[in-house]
Design a protein around this ligand. Structure first.
Ligand code: ATP
Ligand code: MG
Length: 280
């Protein structure tokens, strides 16, 4: 059912997302005049993701996971190498890539509905066109009847649902999620993981998902990439062949447990290596 490999291989379909030798060095504080080398966050990162594939990235803190996602989102530019979406180089943010962050970055003075439609309204869509669609999406994420609420009236999990609806309303072909469930309690997190798989079955976006939770990564993903400690690159990957949507039985299966052990070992060896390197 499963396979593990120490060498990442490109999936057979032409990639929706392609990182080719991507290196990112953040400048030293104070710029070149500061004299430092800056921070080498990513080094020669190669990663291909097929259309409608769900790929998670796990790895030690500070290894460059968010950097990789921010480069693909177009928030930052690589120092060298290329990132392509459907063969075209990424030059900045675009409606083809929806982003969901760990903290629900909703505007507190706007209602749920206003938050969901804001991005598409800013891109020129008429309210009459997008509001019915937003209401349908809110229903889809389990928030029917909450459209006139304000963010402070919602729980953390509900706010994350709003963020997901906001990311989906522009019909992005790619969903970028940076620890989107990291701040939620365990039970809510499980519900959100199942919700994400349901939404995937409906909209079939390509998903790049970042998490520290190895079990979460296995539960939702077709492939899980473990990164090395900084500068980050692909250490190894595992493929999860269990059919989607998945249920909690999958979490209790020997297949799941075996994949989890492989990934924990891969990440932990990087974390421990880092600790050992820091010793005098
Ligand atoms: N805008 C920035 N300017 C300077 N350095 C940065 C910037 N963003 C990230 N870094 C540095 O790049 C490295 C990688 O950071 P990044 O946020 O990508 O790690 P991460 O893997 O997402 O970590 P975490 O798991 O803690 O979220 C870190 O050393 C961080 O300090
Ligand atoms: Mg991060």
């Amino acid at each position: 059912m499963t396979e593990a490999s120490s060498r990442p291989g490109a999936p057979p379909a032409p990639p929706r997302i392609a990182f080719g030798g991507v290196t990112k060095r953040y400048p030293a504080r104070g710029g070149a005049a500061g004299g430092g080398q800056g921070t080498l966050a990513l080094e020669a990162l190669d990663l291909h993701i097929a259309p409608a594939e769900i790929v998670s990235i796990v790895g030690p803190t500070g290894c460059g996971k968010s950097t990789a996602l921010n480069l693909l989102a177009g928030f930052e530019a690589p120092s060298s190498g290329t990132i392509r979406v459907d063969g075209r180089p990424v030059t900045g943010p675009g409606a083809d890539r929806g982003v969901v962050f760990q903290q629900a970055s909703l505007f507190p003075w706007m209602t749920v509905l206003q938050n969901v439609v804001l991005g598409v309204r800013c891109r020129g869509a008429a309210a009459a066109e997008v509001e019915p669609k937003a209401l349908r999406l809110l229903e889809e994420v389990g928030l029917a009847g909450f459209d006139r609420h304000y963010p402070y009236q919602l729980s953390g999990g509900m706010q994350q649902r709003v963020q997901i609806a906001r990311a989906l309303i522009g019909e992005p072909s790619i969903l970028l999620m940076d620890e989107p469930f990291g701040a939620l309690d365990y039970q809510t997190r499980l519900l959100m993981q199942k919700l994400l798989l349901r939404l995937w079955a409906h909209f079939k976006p390509t998903i790049l998902f970042i998490t520290h939770d190895v079990g979460e990564a296995i539960f939702i993903s077709d492939r899980v990439i473990a990164m090395t400690r900084r500068p980050g690159r692909v250490k190894c990957e595992i493929r999860v062949n269990a059919p989607k949507p998945r249920d909690y039985e999958f979490m209790a299966s020997p297949e799941f447990t075996s994949l989890e052990a492989q990934l924990v070992k891969a990440v932990q060896s990087e974390v421990e290596g880092e600790g050992a390197a820091a010793l005098p």
